[in-house]
Design a protein around this ligand. Structure first.
Ligand code: 5GP
Ligand code: ZN
Length: 114
């Protein structure tokens, strides 16, 4: 746990939230500022700064995150489609420096992303 990391504090239960899923290595919760009718964040419990910090040593949790996303897409009825986004770095708009995947559904999404 990184003491100054918002999402590490979320995992530690220090911040109120709407939990969607939890297991030994992964945590998922509703985004506080939803950009779609369904907008959840799926994060590793281990502190990884961003996609740029994924390595051979820690990538298993990323594979598991995508298993969880597939499972949640069925449980949360995202059959019409959903979008998975991970902003990495300043120009991509990353505001929390703990790896997270936005999973959004319930509206039409345009492409390319803004
Ligand atoms: P980023 O901008 O790094 O891609 O995504 C960070 C996300 O975290 C944003 O969508 C923001 O709304 C969400 N967020 C920031 N602080 C909190 C919080 O305290 N609780 C929850 N549930 N989401 C948060
Ligand atoms: Zn963290």
């Amino acid at each position: 746990m990184m003491s100054d990391c918002l999402f590490c504090k979320i995992i530690a239960g220090e911040i109120p939230l709407k939990k969607v899923y939890e297991d030994e290595t992964v945590f998922a919760f509703a985004d506080i500022d939803p950009q779609a009718p369904t907008h959840i964040l799926v994060i590793p419990k281990e502190h990884i700064g961003s996609v740029a910090e994924v390595t051979e040593e820690n990538s298993a949790v990323v594979a598991h995150i995508f298993e969880v996303i597939a499972k949640l897409s069925k449980e949360l009825d995202m059959k019409d489609g959903f979008r998975v986004v991970s902003n990495c770095g300043e120009s991509a708009g990353q505001s929390v420096h703990h790896l997270h995947f936005h999973v959004m559904s319930g509206r039409e999404f345009t492409w390319p992303a803004g």
